[in-house]
Design a protein around this ligand. Structure first.
Ligand code: COA
Length: 246
């Protein structure tokens, strides 16, 4: 399997959320002065790339200028080949693809999000992932742009009359990525995320493309995805310079 198919889907998706720069044809840099997580402030590369030290300094400068901590995402099999001085292993990003059908829950409705529901999408996303709304303005602006992107489908899940879960699908040439799967804390364990994933899987199946997602080991949801039929394809080790929790 060529990892670049899944990697490019992820890179294209998150490039809507932060600044993407290609340092050459297979090494990229993400940086953001809004989102401080590793996901948005990293150097990564496509399979087979010629790495790395000469880029690292430049990347570090750009990320540190944003007030964030630089990370490097390294394919697990490159662990011995790529040694990063001053970096510590902080997490692992697991890439998974769906291998079987998912059963949903009939009381949950999944709809494509349009302009009138963007406000709710934002609030549910922020409450699910951050537990608070301070990034509202930034996420709202991003979502408005995403609405016009033909590769993107924003989804929300309703239970009763409430929007309780969200997600986004990103379609690239050879696969569909599912991102931002989140359920409001008070509506968890009711099948909301499972129903979103079922919808995503049907969408991908209709297009005849594999469904892929990426999840951090530290978030503890790998098992949740495995129980719904996703299997790990490969993973990327997350090395962070001066990690906050070292
Ligand atoms: C991970 C997350 C999306 C799951 O959302 P959810 O809506 O609670 O998911 P579901 O209800 O579909 O499934 C959760 C569990 O509830 C169980 N469940 C679902 N419906 C149920 C019901 N009616 N009664 C009892 N249990 C039920 C499922 O079997 C599942 O069990 P498991 O965890 O043992 O596998 C949610 O916890 C979340 O938003 N987390 C923070 C954001 C995040 O980390 N997202 C993932 C990014 S990759």
């Amino acid at each position: 399997m060529n990892k670049s198919v899944f990697e490019l889907n992820e890179i294209e998706w998150w490039s809507n959320w932060c600044t993407l720069e290609w340092l050459n044809d297979s090494v990229y840099l993400f940086h953001s002065n809004v989102f401080k997580e590793e996901l948005f402030n990293r150097v990564g590369y496509l399979q087979g790339a010629n790495l790395l030290p000469n880029f690292l300094e430049l990347a570090e400068q750009k990320i540190e200028k944003e007030g964030a901590c630089p990370s490097v995402f390294v394919f697990k099999e490159d662990k011995e080949r790529i040694k990063l001085k001053d970096y510590k292993l902080t997490d692992e990003l697991i890439v998974m693809t769906l291998r079987q059908k998912i059963n949903g829950f009939s009381q949950v409705t999944i709809e494509q999000t349009t302009q009138d529901k963007i406000d709710e999408w934002c609030k549910v996303y922020l409450k699910a992932f951050y537990g608070e709304l301070s990034l509202y303005k930034h996420v709202y602006t991003i979502l408005n742009k995403l609405l016009e992107n033909p590769h993107v489908q924003l989804l929300h899940a309703t239970l009763g009359n409430f929007v309780v879960g969200v997600s986004a699908l990103y379609e690239s040439k050879e696969c569909v990525g599912v991102y931002c799967v989140g359920t409001l804390p008070e509506f968890r364990r009711k099948g909301v995320a499972t129903s979103i994933l079922k919808h995503a899987s049907e969408h991908a199946e209709n297009l005849g493309k594999p469904l892929v997602l990426q999840t951090f080991l530290a978030d503890g949801v790998q098992k949740f995805y495995e129980e719904r039929g996703f299997v790990k394809v490969y993973s990327k080790l997350v090395y962070t310079k001066n990690p906050r929790f070292a």
